[in-house]
Design a binder for this molecule. Structure first.
Ligand SMILES: *Cc1c(COP(=O)(O)O)cnc(C)c1O
Length: 387
């Protein structure tokens, strides 16, 4: 086991700066490394393990499907895929779902939908997708082009053309752009995650929605990180009083299995036809069974709990020594610290708490069902690490 780190360092691509910790097991919000040390997990695999590690109900649903049929091609019907699509539509008012395997793929689908909608209706030169500065939409060449942060673009040019980035909060900038550019779609995160856990202003989001509706532009919300209960509602847009044409989600959707979904509303439900898009693994029955288990448990009681735990973290950490501010929604929380965020994260890890960073902030994305006493213990460690 001592060799794991050196084998990994030798053979796995050098794209990740790993902490010197090998996680071997876990249960709920506690994980265990190869020396037997326990950690409270406030990262959830970056908002993925919605109900924690090896959650019993989730594991049972996944295992049951695993023994029935683990995969079929999309040439045939399978039950979990159909049931999941129905759940997603009934809970959001969306009309159709395309399944992929990641957030980036969900956004790729959204971009295709917006372009095809505009092309069918207005012509082939209506292709520009507008996103916000400081956004993050994925790592494929097209979703990198969508991502409004220059440093992700370097080294990989030329990226997919046809993207423009505007300042979050400025309708004037978008209106000016629309005078010179044929815009197919607008894509936003309601809370910019990788950008530092920055919620958008609600009036701005409403204005974007209205602008898109008035100009027949496809309004798309990237809920890859904010979705599936994370912000205290099933999807974050539901707290902003808007109705997007397209919603993308992934990360926490299947509770730890790779799955992404692009939800299409009434305006665009018929845009994709036979042969227009596809994915070999998309809608995989095991992943879909996991997602059905997760979604069926994100009810009003759980969401109220998420909001209550969120309020606890905000109240406990706001104004304490070493903390400059707390941002976010629900259990998607950013902490601006006086010390470098990386230093705080390292100190927390030594004390048995796993946190993330986002830009210059400490970021918390605990499991939605983290027990209150476990959360309280971890927050105390963070508080001490910040001071
Ligand atoms: C993580 C993330 C993505 C990319 O998801 P992958 O599954 O890594 O492709 C896209 N958008 C947002 C908002 C994200 O947080």
């Amino acid at each position: 086991m001592a060799d794991i780190k050196s084998i990994d360092n030798q053979y796995v691509a050098n794209t990740y700066a790993r902490f010197p910790v090998t996680i071997v097991s876990g249960k709920g919000s506690v994980v265990c490394d190869d020396t037997g040390k326990e950690y409270i997990d406030l990262g959830s695999g970056i908002a993925v393990t919605s109900f924690g590690i090896a959650d019993d109900a989730w594991a049972a649903a996944v295992e049951e499907q695993l023994h029935k049929v683990q995969h079929m091609s999309n040439l045939y019907y399978t039950e979990p895929c159909a049931v999941l699509a129905q759940m997603l539509c009934e809970k959001t008012g969306m009309k159709k779902v395309f399944f992929g395997n990641s957030g980036a793929e969900a956004n790729e689908c959204a971009i295709k939908v917006a372009r095809k909608y505009a092309q069918d209706k207005k012509g082939a030169d209506w292709y520009t997708i507008v996103t916000l500065k400081n956004s993050f939409h994925g790592r494929t060449l097209t979703t990198l082009a969508a991502t409004g942060q220059e440093h992700y673009h370097e080294l990989f040019t030329p990226l997919t053309p046809g993207f423009a980035h505007v300042e979050a909060g400025s309708m004037a900038e978008l209106e000016k752009l629309a005078k010179t550019t044929k815009i197919a779609g607008v894509l936003i995160e309601c809370v910019q995650g990788e950008g530092g856990v920055v919620p958008l202003d609600a009036d701005y989001v409403k204005a974007l929605d209205a602008f898109c509706k008035a100009n027949d532009i496809v309004f798309m919300v990237d809920e890859v990180q904010t979705g599936n209960g994370r912000t205290g509602s099933l999807y974050a847009y539901q707290q902003f009083g808007v109705m997007p044409d397209v919603v993308t989600t992934a990360k926490g959707l299947a509770g730890g299995l790779p799955m992404g979904a692009c939800l299409m509303g009434e305006k665009v439900e018929k845009v994709l036809g036979y042969g227009d898009h596809g994915s070999t693994f998309g809608g995989n029955p095991v992943c879909a069974a996991g997602a059905v288990s997760i979604l069926s448990r994100i009810d009003d009681a759980l969401l109220a709990d998420v909001r209550q735990k969120s309020a606890y973290v905000f109240e406990t950490l706001t104004g304490v020594p070493g903390v400059k501010g707390v941002t976010g929604m629900g259990l998607m929380i950013g902490i601006a610290t006086e010390k470098p965020a990386g230093e705080v994260v390292k100190k927390c890890m030594e004390k048995g708490v796993l946190c993330l960073t986002a830009k210059d902030k400490v970021r918390l994305l605990p499991a939605l069902n983290i027990p209150m006493e476990v959360l309280a213990k971890a927050v105390e460690v963070i508080k001490n690490a910040c001071a």
